[in-house]
Design a binder for this molecule. Structure first.
Ligand SMILES: NC(=O)c1ccc[n+]([C@@H]2O[C@H](COP(=O)([O-])OP(=O)(O)OC[C@H]3O[C@@H](n4cnc5c(N)ncnc54)[C@H](O)[C@@H]3O)[C@@H](O)[C@H]2O)c1
Ligand SMILES: O=C(O)C[C@H](O)C(=O)O
Length: 329
């Protein structure tokens, strides 16, 4: 039976993450090796030519699953019939820019995109926001889409999750596939909290296997939380291939589910679990079945974790208050 292609919209398609992402989507890595896709590329007008160049290269790759490519600078066109939307394009912070200016500039992007998703996307739309500040940009887009279930708007913390897996694996002298149930809590920012207290290494409690709280507090957590800045310092540009890889992982997991006995980290609208105020888009441990995610319940949160989760959630609350006072939500 021939499957109907899934419409995947990617914003910021001519940027560096876009370049690392589009070829992997077209090859079947986002949704699965038997799922045909139509790509819809959204860019700002001055970047349309560069997006056309990327589309030429996609054509030249002759991906059997790629059934069509459309390029537009109009969100109403790019999100028309979208089943999956990857919101990558954002306004980066530039020299001298205040935090409020950054939020306002991104509001100018994510509010109209949220409205276009509301008005034109398919009923089963799933949205992943990658562009920073990802959690609050997702909140802005979600608030502008009142007809779309709030839980369809998610923010990416999978890169943080993957970074934490590797740091923990190195410390324990294992490979990443030995680790399960690691969690990123909170914001995709330096306040995020990578939690190993519920994680397992070859079935044993990770915190006990490591047995080194000093390393946890002074090495592991800051290394993961500040990894984005370290990449910028080293490359002279922010992470691109690893960010695209995490976006692929996030959507693949959301569509195809988590493995038995494991979970993933996703930035999702809080239902009030673990004391995170309802509605904030915060990272949680989730399991996914049949395209629907659920927050892992019943985890005991010790004082060490509680203080760090609270600090990151506090920052999310402040970002929400700032965009609220700007009239963006
Ligand atoms: N959540 C994460 O883990 C994570 C990781 C890495 C990067 N990021 C963020 O992802 C974003 C993109 O990074 P990049 O390296 O690809 O940046 P980039 O500057 O290379 O590309 C961004 C692209 O977005 C486009 N764009 C700007 N406004 C747009 C709009 N209104 N509609 C459509 N496109 C628009 C730009 O023209 C540009 O081509 C940044 O905000 C970055 O901070 C997030
Ligand atoms: O783009 C950035 O500011 C960093 C990025 O969010 C990352 O975590 O690599």
């Amino acid at each position: 039976m021939t499957r109907t292609p899934v419409n995947v919209t990617v914003t910021g398609a001519a940027g560096q993450i876009g370049y690392a992402l589009l070829f992997r989507i077209a090859s079947g890595q986002l949704l699965g090796p038997d799922v045909p896709v139509n790509l819809r590329l959204l860019e700002i007008t001055p970047a349309l030519k560069a997006a056309e160049g990327t589309a030429m290269e996609l054509d030249d790759s002759a991906f059997p699953l790629l059934k069509g490519i459309e390029i537009s600078d109009d969100p109403n066109v790019a999100f028309d019939g979208a089943n999956v939307a990857l919101l990558v394009g954002a306004r980066p912070r530039t020299k001298g820019m205040e935090r409020g200016d950054l939020l306002e500039a991104n509001g100018g992007i994510f509010k109209p995109q949220g409205k276009a998703i509301n008005d034109h996307a398919a009923d089963d739309i799933k949205v992943l926001v990658v562009g920073n500040p990802a959690n609050t940009n997702a909140l802005i887009a979600q608030a502008a889409a009142p007809d779309v279930p709030a839980e369809r708007f998610t923010a990416m913390t999978r890169l943080d999750h993957n970074r934490a897996l590797t740091q923990l694996a190195k410390k324990a002298g294992v490979t990443v596939d030995a680790i399960k149930r690691l969690t990123i809590w909170g914001n995709h920012s330096a306040t995020q909290y990578p939690d190993i207290f519920h994680a397992e290494i070859n079935g044993k409690n990770a915190a006990e296997v490591v047995g080194d709280e000093k390393w946890l507090a002074e090495d592991f957590i800051p290394t993961v939380a500040k990894r984005g800045a370290a990449i910028i310092e080293a490359r002279g540009a922010s992470s691109a291939a690893s960010a695209a890889n995490a976006a692929i992982d996030h959507v693949y997991t959301w569509v195809n589910g988590t493995a038995e006995g494991d979970w993933a980290s996703m930035g999702i609208p809080s239902d009030g679990s673990y004391g995170v105020p309802e509605g904030l888009i915060s990272s949680f441990p989730v399991t996914v079945k049949d395209g629907v995610y659920s927050i892992v319940q019943g985890l005991e949160i010790n004082d060490f974790s509680r203080a760090r989760i609270d600090a990151s959630v506090k920052e999310l609350g402040e970002e929400r208050d700032a965009v609220r006072s700007l009239g963006l939500i």
